[in-house]
Ligand binder design. Structure first.
Ligand code: NAD
Ligand code: ZN
Length: 341
């Protein structure tokens, strides 16, 4: 089968033939229909320091996908051929304390599809049946293919109650923009989002953000005043991985404000801990998606009118993958899909 492989320890990916995966008793084989390019894939493509120390070579990469089940293991009785599914990209041990307690997103031994396990940028992918999410009727294939990052946005945005709250999101990448749409859907009052890139802020507006802030021109403090806010934001969502953005959050929260951190910083980040202590801030790290409450929430939000369509800005046949990665490197896009059908 055709697959995009990190073939050598160097920048780029190679489109090549690899053997079709085989399945065990408890696995399913999925024919991949379309895939999303994630920031993680871009790190692997660019072969940065994180990728160099994390990715075993050779490896089929990619983890955001939708496809149809074409074969099921003998001991799988609740899925069938033809089911339209996506994969939860975190493979868990199933035995540690958190797994046994049902807190599977906190497994101590998580492995990643397309990171240290064969990935989805291929014509077929094999996964344990327990890692498969069967889509409800009516979910579009484009949106189904990005349930993984949509899940990051959902897990982060719904970490704290949002009804009537003022929300500050730092970083209007695809995940920040989706989080803005979710926060509005969940009943937040002001949903303010920051970035340095006007194109991405325009996309955030299209997704429903009520106010955008280009931090190269405007200060969040002043925006608060313009909005008539006197005590700061109730909920903060860090979705840039940038240290200045994290400090923008810390500096603009109400006392007792709640912050969820999804963005992955490159290096250590210094913050004013006095503000955390004296303002009684809550800070929560977010990794992946809750299995499978987040997946349930994504489905029901779409069914109750959440519209994510504007976030998908480009789609290419997989043979033209390089165009997709170039766009991602320029930041001149929302989500970029690769079509494998
Ligand atoms: P992205 O890189 O496309 O978006 C980040 C955005 O932040 C960019 O638009 C960038 O211009 C903006 N930004 C940079 N500096 C800024 C600043 N000072 N203020 C405001 N915005 C600034 O990333 P994405 O795909 O949307 O993902 C968001 C973050 O979440 C990334 O850091 C990613 O690595 C991380 N992530 C974490 C998990 C997890 O499980 N914790 C999963 C997926 C992604
Ligand atoms: Zn575990």
């Amino acid at each position: 089968m055709k697959a995009l492989v990190k073939a050598t320890a160097a920048p780029g990916l190679t489109l090549t033939d690899v053997p079709e995966p085989t399945i065990g008793d408890r696995d399913v084989l999925i024919k991949v229909d379309r895939t999303g390019i994630c920031g993680t894939d871009l790190h692997i493509y660019n072969w940065d320091a994180w990728a160099q120390k994390t990715i075993p070579v050779p490896l089929v990469v990619g983890h955001e996908f939708v496809g149809e089940i074409v074969a099921i293991g003998e001991r799988v009785d609740y899925l069938k051929e033809g089911d339209l599914v996506s994969g939860e990209g975190h493979l868990i041990c199933g035995r540690c304390r958190n797994c046994l307690a049902g807190r599977r997103h906190l497994c101590k031994d998580t492995a990643g599809v397309g990171v240290n396990h064969p990935g989805a940028f291929a014509e077929f992918i094999a996964l344990p049946a327990t890692n498969v999410w069967k889509h409800a009727a009516g979910i579009s294939r484009d949106i189904a293919s990005i349930f993984d990052p949509f899940g990051n946005a959902t897990h982060t945005a719904l970490s704290f109650p949002l009804l009537g709250e003022d929300v500050l999101i730092t970083g209007a990448g695809p995940i920040g923009c989706m989080a803005a749409a979710i926060a509005v859907h969940a009943g937040a009052r002001h949903v303010v989002i920051t970035d340095l890139n006007d194109q991405r802020l325009d996309l955030a507006t299209e997704m429903g953000a009520t106010r955008t802030v280009n931090v190269t021109r405007e200060k969040v403090e002043n925006v608060q005043k313009q909005l008539g806010m006197t005590e700061g934001f109730d909920v903060g969502l860090e979705m840039s991985g940038n240290k200045t953005a994290f400090n923008d959050l810390i500096n603009n929260m109400s006392h007792g404000g709640k912050i969820a951190l999804l963005g992955i910083p490159e290096n250590d980040v210094a913050i004013d801990w006095n503000k955390v202590v004296f303002n009684g801030l809550h800070i929560k790290g977010i990794y992946g998606r809750e299995m499978y409450e987040t997946w349930y929430q994504m489905t029901t939000m779409l069914q109750s009118g959440l519209n994510l369509d504007p976030i998908i800005t480009h789609s290419f046949p997989y043979q033209e993958f390089e165009k997709g990665f170039e766009l991602m490197n320029e930041g001149s896009c929302g989500k970029v899909l690769l079509n494998w059908a």
